[in-house]
Ligand binder design. Structure first.
Ligand code: AMP
Ligand code: ZN
Length: 476
């Protein structure tokens, strides 16, 4: 497998530090509002990276943090007249809810910044002890000139860094590039005790401390949106590597922006579509398909036409899988009849699709090409379904298995929908039986009425007669 490493700016072979378990840290949301489709793109890419690594046989530990203390949270809470804690809690819960609706599996750990203050304080203290940080009026600053490799991730030269940093010059800092790791408390703001007085952590130290606490001093993959490359990730490296003397993250993955009308989708741009609003309009799989329709390092433009295309693609996929489903579980392999030769192209197409899928995903998680492979096979299958009948069943069974497996990795095929359909059908059948029973009762046909009740009970479905009619429930 190869991953593009933003640090080396090239594709590198992926070799995890510990072959037993890949560690991934992904910068999660600042929970001052609901997440938008741009945030969703980054979260979804991480989800797919993890699913694919598992598919390739790795064990993965994924940590995704929640930044639950920050200027934006404090300001928004003040506007709304609620506490920062309450606002962060509500939006944190909403984040989990939205992620789940998008089919994103929970990370192994979702650490919150406010629950890791002691770890942050200890890391800052280490840096002070090493001469890499200094205290001014209760705030602690990182001394950038102590880290010779500062700028290695962003490729920015010291003079560029100085020019950028001048925008927000703080006269008290030794060097304009220095950044705060601990902010002295301001009146009315949430604050924690520390050796430097009451205050709160800076954003960069939060991720360094949480990543190292949950994944160790060196992690395999560190992921986040491209906006985080500088200064956030550059500063995470500076803090962590100076403190430990070790490589902090071995592969840096940066997810390109989701755009709208050619501009980055963002809260500050006031051009965002909330994920929850999109999910009210489109099925999960359609949104997932859209968000992975471009390779993660390419920008993607949000527009109704692209979503309509994803809707069309999903319809073709589902129709194809519905048609194939009846062959599921049949012996897969080659057909025994003389259709053998005629179905050869389809057999080959299945094989080709599987290797194209793996090759695409092995090459820096190229979901766009992986989808291309899947939909080429869908086309082949549709043609074959029209040509062959059940005699080609074993090949269709194999196509079904390969398609559901690969679509499952990308999360664009909803196995649960089948269960939902089954549940709906069950409910309709019970309603029908209750109607029949009601008719029997009105004829005073108690035998039939009791028989329906008793037989349903044997199936663990209990009928209760109420004044408003019969209801039912499942009993265990
Ligand atoms: P935030 O809540 O702004 O800290 O963002 C949470 C995550 O979403 C970070 O990894 C960001 O880099 C990422 N992100 C924010 N906006 C976009 C966007 N338009 N496209 C892709 N990722 C984004
Ligand atoms: Zn971070």
């Amino acid at each position: 497998m190869k991953i593009y490493n933003s640090l080396s700016r090239q594709l590198e072979d992926f070799v995890p530090l510990n072959p037993e378990q890949v560690s991934i840290y992904s910068c999660g949301p600042t929970v001052y509002d609901y997440i938008h489709m741009g945030n969703a793109r980054t979260a979804l890419v991480t989800d797919i990276v993890r699913r694919y690594l598992v598919y390739r046989g790795y064990k993965v530990k994924l940590v995704q943090n929640l930044t639950d203390i920050d200027d934006k949270i404090i300001n928004r809470a003040a506007e709304l007249g609620v506490s920062a804690k309450q606002l962060a809690h509500q939006n944190g819960e909403a984040f989990f809810e939205d992620s789940q609706r998008l089919g994103i599996h929970c990370a192994d750990v979702h650490p919150k910044a406010t629950e890791h203050i002691p770890e942050m304080i200890s890391l800052i203290q280490t840096l002070i002890d090493k001469g890499a940080a200094y205290v001014i009026d209760g705030s602690v600053y990182y001394r950038v000139n102590q880290f010779a490799e500062y700028g290695k991730l962003s490729g920015r030269k010291p003079e560029d860094l100085l020019a950028g940093a001048r925008v927000e010059v703080d006269e008290r800092k030794e060097d304009p590039r220095d950044f705060d790791m601990w902010k002295a408390a301001k009146p009315g703001e949430p604050a924690w005790e520390s050796p430097w007085g009451k205050g709160r952590p800076g954003w960069h130290i939060e991720c360094s401390a949480m990543a190292m606490k949950h994944l160790g001093e060196t992690i395999d993959i560190h992921a986040g949106g491209e906006d985080l490359l500088f200064p956030h990730h550059e500063n995470e490296i500076a803090q962590s590597e100076l403190a430990t003397g070790r490589t902090f993250a071995r592969y840096w993955m940066h997810i390109a922006f989701l755009k709208i009308d050619g501009r980055r989708m963002g809260k500050s741009e006031h051009n965002f579509i909330l994920l929850r609003d999109a999910l009210d309009h489109y099925p999960t799989e359609v949104i997932r398909h859209f968000l992975i329709s471009a390779h993660y390092r390419h920008p993607l433009d949000y527009n109704p036409e692209s979503l309509a295309k994803s809707e069309g693609a999903l319809r073709r996929l589902n129709n194809c899988l519905d048609a194939l489903k009846k062959y599921e579980g049949g012996k897969d392999g080659v057909p025994s009849s003389n259709l053998d030769r005629e179905t050869l192209p389809l057999q080959e197409a299945i094989q080709t699709m599987k290797s194209r899928f793996v090759e695409a995903m092995d090459t820096d998680f190229n979901t766009a090409q992986a989808l291309g492979a899947i939909f080429t096979l869908v086309g082949e299958v549709n043609r074959s379904l029209a040509t062959f009948d059940g005699a080609a069943a074993p090949v269709f069974a194999r196509a079904y298995q390969v398609l559901t497996e690969t679509c499952g990795v990308l999360g664009i095929y909803d196995m649960d929908a089948e269960d939902d359909n089954n549940v709906e059908q069950r409910d309709q059948l019970i309603a029908l039986l209750l109607d029949v029973r009601q008719e029997a009762r009105s004829r005073k046909d108690w035998d039939t009425s009791d028989k329906i009740r008793d037989r349903l009970k044997e199936l663990n479905i209990e009928i209760q007669d109420t004044r408003d009619g019969a209801t039912w429930k499942i009993i265990s």
